[in-house]
Write a protein that binds this ligand. Structure first.
Ligand code: GLN
Length: 475
């Protein structure tokens, strides 16, 4: 009940597309009935969670924030959701995103943008009794000066940041979990590709999509990971080896860790405040006994361009199925099959999705395929090899910024087009998806204007335990 109440208070932030009232009640009641006998309780019994609206949930709308799927009700559950249900979690709602997870701001949703909690009207109401917050609020009185939540899992991030749920599931193809985590002051974990099943996650780039976890601290992220990771017969790209759950002790010794600071991540748009955070945490790690060294990942700069090509190609192919025939939106103005396809797709998709489909089909033309797709795949290998070289040189983890600044204001953000937005937003996060390695956003402190600032840790494949150990030490 409390969680549902919070979801209504935070309505103006537009974190949720669907609030699953009835289901939450059903899940909570069945959890209540188990409370009498501890042996029946699951690891997340009664715990409210939210799920990004690009995961299939049986009997609940799954829209991908698109008109195209606005009436789609799946007949099956995504494995991530099924796993959470199996341990007693309560589904509070389905969260907002950029249409089909294409974006970094949660501003391109058919259901309108999600606003960041920080500096919002809701924030003002929550914190109006805190004098420091009051002063800050007075300096930010312009109604249009709200900050973006980041994206594309911005709804999931705001759902957690407001306390309407304990944890939320996002997805991460180029940074979509870590970016909103950074802007909303949360832990955002992108596990190793293949550790968590993608079954039921509507694909963006199949070889890079990873279910992401958003929580308020590292221990919570570990708990959720332990309950969603593991083999799945429905996803052939999932590791088949049994997943071994782990805990992170409260006393952590980091003196054996060798941490690399990649020089290419000092991008020209990096704000002095984030740079300062990076320097301070590096120094703090050194004082804790870790050894730090500057390393190089020379192909970092090509990551966004390479991703752009691979993303557009997958988008063109993955979204070809939305033709008005089987499910989803169907135009009622048609006179032939060809016309039906055309009308359905032009009515059902937003501008950014259409642009990406067109560009992807161009890259995939027979005469362009080698020049774009094949070349991008080769560059992807180089980016991935950069990480392998670093791990082979005895580096355990990498410390970088997650985003180059704190959350931008909506008006500043929309002054750039989607491609320009992504190239700034995803600069530090995208390479981890190229290589399939685990990465986590760790919130560090507030900026001078009261917005969260964060850093990112990355590690070798399947080194979640080491990654989250150092993250917890920093936290
Ligand atoms: N910003 C990137 C894009 O728009 C990544 C999105 C994501 O990780 N889902 O494609």
């Amino acid at each position: 009940k409390a969680a549902i109440k919070v979801t209504s208070i935070i309505k103006p932030l537009n974190a949720y597309i669907t609030i699953t009232n009835e289901t939450a009640k059903k899940h909570a009641e069945s959890s209540d009935s188990r409370q009498k006998d501890c042996s029946l309780l699951g690891k997340l019994d009664g715990v409210p969670i939210a799920i990004k609206d690009n995961y299939c949930t049986r009997n609940h709308p799954t829209t991908c924030a698109s008109k195209m799927l606005s009436s789609f009700i799946p007949t099956y559950d995504a494995t991530v959701y099924q796993n959470l249900k199996n341990v007693g979690a309560v589904l509070i709602g389905k969260t907002n995103l950029d249409e089909f997870a294409m974006g970094s701001g949660t501003i391109d949703s058919y259901y309108g943008p999600t606003k960041n909690l920080w500096n919002s009207d809701v924030f003002k109401k929550f914190y109006s009794c805190n004098s420091q917050a009051k002063e800050h609020i007075q300096q930010n009185t312009d109604a249009h000066s709200w900050h973006i939540a980041g994206g594309s899992s911005g709804g999931s991030a705001v759902a957690v940041a407001t306390g309407s749920c304990y944890a939320a599931i996002g997805s991460d193809t180029g940074g979509s979990t870590r970016n909103p985590a950074s802007y909303c002051g949360l832990v955002g974990l992108k596990p190793t590709y293949g550790l968590v099943s993608r079954y039921g996650l509507i694909p963006l780039v199949n070889s890079m999509d990873v279910p992401g976890i958003l929580t308020r601290n590292i221990d919570d992220a570990v708990l959720i990971l332990n309950n969603v990771a593991g083999p799945d017969g429905f996803d052939s790209t999932c590791f088949q080896k049994e997943y071994v759950p782990f805990d992170i002790p409260d006393t952590i010794d980091i003196s054996n860790f060798r941490i690399g600071i990649p020089k290419e991540y000092k991008e020209k748009h990096l704000s002095p405040e984030v740079q300062e955070c990076w320097d301070e945490v590096s120094q703090y790690l050194r004082e804790g006994g870790a050894s730090l060294s500057t390393v190089s990942l020379p192909h970092t700069n090509y990551s966004i361009m390479c991703y752009t090509v691979l993303n557009r190609c997958d988008v063109a192919s993955n979204l070809a199925c939305y033709d008005g025939m089987e499910y989803g939106h169907r135009s009622d103005e048609w006179s032939s099959v060809h016309n039906l396809y055309r009308k359905t797709r032009s009515e059902g998709f937003g501008k950014i999705v259409k642009e990406r489909i067109l560009v992807g089909n161009y890259f995939l033309l027979e005469e362009n395929y080698e020049e774009y797709y094949v070349k991008a795949m080769k560059i992807r290998r180089l980016i991935s090899d950069d990480f392998n070289t670093v791990w082979n040189n005895n580096i355990d983890l990498l410390l970088t910024p997650t985003t180059l600044t704190g959350a931008p204001k909506y008006n500043d953000f929309i002054s750039m087009d989607n491609q320009a937005q992504c190239s700034v937003q995803d600069y530090c996060t995208q390479p981890a998806n190229m290589a399939g390695i685990p990465a986590v956003n760790v919130p560090i402190k507030l900026s001078k204007n009261g917005l969260p600032l964060s850093l990112q840790l990355m590690g070798p494949p399947l080194k979640e335990r080491e990654l989250l150990t150092v993250a917890k030490w920093i936290e």
